[in-house]
Design a protein around this ligand. Sequence first.
Ligand code: IYR
Length: 225
Amino acid sequence: MEKKVIQGFGHIPYRRAYLSPEEVLKNSENFFLSMNERRTVREFDSREVPEEVMITLIKTAGTAPSGAHKQPWTFCLISDPEIKRQIRIAAEEEEKISYSSRMPETWKNDLKPLGTDWKKPFLEEAPYLIVVFKQSYGIENGEKIQHYYVNESVGIACGFLIAAIHQAGLVTVTHTPSPMNFLSQILQRPSHEKPYLLLPVGYAKEETYVPDIQRKAIEEFLVRY
Ligand code: IYR
């Protein structure tokens, strides 16, 4: 197969090795079984994780599809204890207000089975924090460039990241302190970047507990036509 030109742009051949339906079935089942072991974990071990691992995880996130291939994301990787401390203090300040007055009773009741509260020690205990920013627009050579489907694109990249963290043998919690503009200030991000998600990453504490909750059965969320 040769290169070809479509609407003036080069296209290259792409082939995936053919796998039999049996192999495809096995792969899909194995991946499901592995992902089904994932749990949100809020208690981290202080054990170190090589930075190279974190960079590879973020590279995986960067393989996500995005609107018009604009890749409208920035991943901030934080290991500096002083910055983690600043983030914890600011997040807990917001969360304290949220839990005491901003969140309605229904919301707080829905969170009761998860055992969460305003305290976020994991923001200092995890060896790394990844703060994901979405870029409402891009800047190239000082010019504004349009981005498309920014929320969808960044959400998919975060999904890839969470899957990669799990596959590597580490754990995370999708933390969304609200409001989270303090992250832009602490990390000194430009105004076209908005905080999207905060993921502490590390090894799970050896003795840790997670809520006794079940996932929906497939019949509850699959509609076949
Ligand atoms: N942001 C708060 C509250 C919270 C909200 C949802 I929706 C959760 O699934 C979990 C927590 C916090 O991080 O505690």
